[in-house]
Design a protein around this ligand. Structure first.
Ligand code: MN
Length: 249
């Protein structure tokens, strides 16, 4: 096996929000966890690129988090400036929760502009937030991703079975975290997802494992739980997840 071949995948982690991010990047290398470092503002992107430089296991996503759109929409030109330097985009999306609903109109405007910019360039892989508005997110993907060369990954998906089916038919992947694998409702939904569209994520440091922030090296625990959910052995599940990851790389 190639020395740089990943063994595990963390497709949504906020590496820059851990004080010890340099140590975590080293762990990604030693445990071979391919990690997508999502960012929440375009301003944070260059710093992330800098600390991930030289680590073959860390990819950096260019993001503009829907929860920050109210204050950061003026960074859109910066987003478009950096977009040609990366294949990975995230965290982006929409949030219709009560705390962020006031900016929902602005969020939709920003999200559609980001999607159109990604569609124009082609080949981008997106990590997408869709709290309380899955159908709205899918509608936008349908409307703006016209050429089929963009891969949407729905992070922490909480939609219904029929929304999941619609997302899968549109080519979406789903990144699953440990919190979802502790929720009976999420587990019931995960069982209905196509196995070839599953990825793993930590969403650290927001998700906790054993009362401390999850780290990319915690992914093997989720793979075991996901294997149980899908009725597979841990080894079969792990190799399926790697296959899925390579299919979008
Ligand atoms: Mn996140």
């Amino acid at each position: 096996m190639n020395a740089d071949m990943p063994r595990w995948v963390d497709f949504h982690c906020h590496l820059d929000l851990y004080p010890e991010h340099r140590a975590i990047i080293r762990e990604c290398g030693s445990e071979k966890v391919a990690t997508l470092a999502v960012t929440t503002t375009p301003k944070a992107y260059p710093r992330n690129v800098e600390f991930a430089a030289g680590s073959p296991f860390v990819m950096v996503g260019l993001g503009l988090h829907p929860q920050l759109v109210a204050e950061r929409a003026d960074e859109l030109p910066l987003f478009e400036k950096f977009l040609d330097t990366t294949r990975f985009v995230g965290e982006i999306g929409l949030d219709a929760g009560p705390k962020f609903y006031a900016s929902f109109g602005e969020q939709q405007r920003v999200f559609s502009r980001i999607l159109r910019a990604c569609d124009e360039r082609g080949g981008k892989v997106l990590s997408i937030h869709s709290v309380r508005c899955v159908s709205k997110v899918l509608e936008q993907l349908e409307q703006h991703l016209r050429d089929g060369r963009t891969t949407p990954v729905l992070h922490w998906f909480t939609g219904t079975r029929s929304e999941a089916k619609r997302a899968a038919s549109m080519g979406c992947y789903f990144s699953i975290n440990s919190e979802m694998l502790r929720s009976p409702k999420a587990i019931a939904l995960i069982k209905t997802l196509p196995i070839e569209r599953l990825l793993t994520e930590t969403d650290g440091p927001f998700v906790l494992v054993n009362k401390r922030p999850a780290r990319p090296v915690d992914v093997p625990g989720s793979v075991t739980a996901l294997a149980d959910t899908m009725g597979l052995s841990g080894a079969v599940m792990a190799s399926q997840l790697l296959k899925n990851f390579h299919s979008i790389m």
